[in-house]
Design a protein around this ligand. Structure first.
Ligand code: FES
Length: 253
């Protein structure tokens, strides 16, 4: 067990009152999902499996829901990252304004590429989709703080200040040495004999027609949740031939 893992129960106890305050702010506890993940990430430097489990228990959500939220957003990291996470926008407005030069400059300067962390654990680098600051293209985020109108000259100054520990944005907490990338590759996990924790007790986690751990067909579980059948979700579900079949004929036919 790593030091971080050993220390997690104490961290959890320490953060519990804060978590409860956050949950109390919302009418529906599920709405506290993102703030709680942020809170644990702030203290651990990334969103650990223990943190995801703790959040799922606090909010009474399945672990798969928490995991899929964490893996969806580029705001969250499932493995340790560098002290400075540099996320450069490669969206259309930024690309038209020179993002390709910015990205090439970062790669050359740091000698790493997309989704990689430098050997000394100082920098993690990622090229991300539109950061919604197109009017200030080219833009990027450093540890989730915006930097606008980025130029190669700015990059030199920025990297120098980060190396010197004088950059305005504070470094990420590092509770573990970061590996070469923070991305979990599903194939390599399977090859290692492991898989996503939320999928561990599922018989066939990628098959909506498969059984969950209680022996219920997963799509039936979805169909039993009425809130899913509003707006876009309903439209999307209704185009799936299997779902249409079940809706019209029932699951057991
Ligand atoms: S394209 Fe870069 S912020 Fe939108």
């Amino acid at each position: 067990m790593t030091n971080r893992e050993q220390e997690f129960p104490a961290l959890y106890e320490r953060l519990k009152p804060q978590c409860q305050n956050i949950i109390a702010r919302y009418e529906v506890s599920r709405s506290a999902l993102l703030p709680l993940i942020h809170l644990f990430q702030e203290h651990e430097g990334y969103t650990s499996a223990q943190a995801m489990r703790a959040v799922s228990e606090m909010l009474d959500l399945s672990l798969a829901v928490v995991e899929s939220t964490v893996s969806f957003y580029t705001l969250f990291f499932r493995r340790p990252v560098g002290k400075y996470v540099l996320q450069v926008c490669r969206g259309l407005a930024c690309t038209l304004n020179g993002a390709e030069d910015i990205m090439a400059y970062f790669r050359e300067k740091l000698r790493i590429s997309h989704l990689q962390t430098t050997d000394d654990g100082t920098f993690s680098y990622e090229e991300v989709e539109c950061l919604a600051a197109c009017d200030r293209a080219t833009c990027m985020q450093v540890n989730l703080e915006f930097v606008y109108d980025v130029t190669p000259e700015m990059i030199d100054t920025m990297i120098e200040a980060m190396r010197a520990g004088t950059y305005a944005v504070k470094p990420m907490v590092q509770t573990e040495k970061p590996p070469a990338t923070w991305i979990l590759n599903q194939d390599s996990q399977v090859a290692d004999g492991g898989k996503s924790a939320g999928a561990l007790d599922q018989v066939d986690p990628n098959n909506a027609g498969g059984l969950d751990k209680d022996g219920v067909i997963m799509v039936d579980r979805i169909l039993a949740q009425e809130w899913r059948f509003t707006g876009r979700t309903k439209e999307r579900l209704a185009t799936e031939p299997d779902v249409v079949d079940i809706l019209e004929n029932g699951a057991a036919h």
